[in-house]
Design a protein around this ligand. Structure first.
Ligand code: HEM
Length: 412
């Protein structure tokens, strides 16, 4: 097959399932285009993906192999350009950079996370629950992770707010250079702040880790943790709400307790994985994979979404409840080190919303749309309505939202 299948354009954005079906019909490894003029190879088969992700001696993470041949203006560059962080590191560099990241996350206390998600969620919900309608993406799912992460990282709101828009712009590929600069500047401020005021938080643990990361290493580990954390986490929560609002079978199972929220969240990862096509590697030399000869140094992505939704993995048409064998958190040495806190944050975010805003339903006056971009599965907005809660209606607004919602769907 020589023609590349685009991971961009109207069909891929609105009906990626059709594109994934076509991709799978071409075999385990398929030539694709990430955006016009940016070719890549995409793995769409489970076993082949594991083979790639577990063979770092063949498939390197260091994107400097590709960058000299990459189109300099590509919108995907900020997500693929090399940074001195654990995500782009191989061998000895990865062995130095991953432990501070993984260990600082392991020390996160679940009770504190739970408390901080509840506090952040309640603050956001109070800003819209008296209104009877809201955009659960812009006013809730997209904001909550940063409120929680800023506490986990010991980051004051005035620093974190500037980073939120930059992170979203990085994933969308809009104004990548500016987004990059804003995010790095915010993280640099955070390192300076925590050096002066250490605490029981992830940033302080990174600073004090025995591997002795220098300032530049610290900044880049924090960029990947915040950049790779907030967006997929917000999209996981939003996609879960979308599933609960559109599929009564799932909502009823959760409401009656026959399926735990945590298990419903795995259903979301199988069907709407927030990181849809990622885990990018670069073959160290030409290599045969699934009857395709992959050239050296050119990007190979794993289609987490095409694989997770492959009917061959679900012969009975449905994923058994509680099955966590999906690839939503990656696999191999670069597996997401934050799956445990991320799962807890998503669970408490859903719990709090469903407890506080009963009888919520999709506002069908507004069509549901998905954001463009090859890497993520992300809604543009999640407009809902519900019976307003007059007793709680008060003019208190989230400090992150002093002027009311910025989303046009929020105030129809
Ligand atoms: C608290 C939130 C999160 C943080 C701090 C975080 C952080 C990270 C970091 C630092 C890595 C790189 C690990 C390495 O290269 O050694 C990573 C990888 C990854 N994360 Fe997360 N993450 C978060 C949430 C999520 C969520 C919600 C998802 C999707 C459901 C996700 C999916 C992944 C995947 C697929 C990889 C592997 C990427 C690759 O191999 O290129 N992460 N994450």
């Amino acid at each position: 097959m020589t023609e590349r299948i685009p991971l961009h354009g109207e069909e891929f954005t609105s009906r990626p399932d059709r594109v994934y079906e076509r991709l799978r019909s071409h075999g385990p490894v398929v030539p694709v285009e990430l955006e016009p003029g940016v070719p890549a190879m995409l793995v769409v088969d489970y076993d082949t993906a594991l083979q790639v992700l577990r063979s770092p001696h063949v498939f390197a993470k260091d994107s400097r192999r590709w960058l000299p041949t990459a189109p300099p203006e590509a919108g995907v560059l900020p997500m693929m350009a090399w940074r001195p962080n654990t995500l782009f590191a191989d061998g000895a560099a990865h062995a130095r950079l991953r432990p501070p990241v993984a260990e600082s996350l392991e020390l996160v206390k679940p009770a504190e996370v739970r408390r901080s998600v509840r506090a952040g969620a309640t603050e956001l919900i109070r800003a819209f629950d008296g209104r009877g309608h809201a955009d659960l993406l812009g006013e809730y799912a997209a904001r909550l992770p940063m409120l929680v992460l800023q506490r986990m990282f010991g980051c004051p709101p005035e620093i974190s707010q500037a980073m939120v828009a930059a992170i979203a712009a990085l994933w969308d590929g809009t104004d990548p250079q500016l987004a990059d600069e804003y995010l790095e500047a915010g993280v640099r401020d955070l390192v300076r702040y925590k050096r002066a005021r250490p605490g029981d938080d992830i940033t302080t643990r990174l600073i004090r880790h025995p591997h002795g990361l220098d300032d530049s290493e610290l900044v880049h580990q924090l960029v990947v943790m915040l950049g790779a954390g907030a967006e997929p986490l917000g999209n996981w929560i939003a996609n879960a709400l979308y599933l609960l609002l559109t599929e009564h079978r799932v909502a009823d199972a959760v409401a009656t307790g026959s399926v735990a929220l945590d298990e419903a969240l795995d259903d979301v990862l199988w069907r709407y994985a927030p990181l849809a096509n990622y885990a990018i590697t670069y073959p160290r030399h030409p290599v045969h994979l699934g009857r395709v000869l992959l050239p050296a140094d050119q990007p190979v992505l794993v289609s987490i979404a095409a694989i997770n939704t492959d009917p061959a993995l679900h012969p009975r048409g449905r994923v058994p409840t509680g099955n966590r064998a999906h690839l939503a958190f990656g696999a191999g040495p670069h597996t997401c080190p934050a799956s445990r806190p991320a799962r807890l944050i998503a669970t408490v975010a859903l719990e709090t919303l469903l407890d506080s805003v009963p009888a919520v339903e999709l506002d069908d006056r507004y069509p549901v749309r998905w954001r463009p971009g090859p890497f993520h599965r992300a809604l543009t907005a999640l407009p809902v309505r519900f019976p307003a809660v007059p007793s709680l209606a008060d003019p208190v607004r989230s400090p992150a939202d002093p002027g009311g919602s910025a989303c046009p769907h929020a105030a129809p």
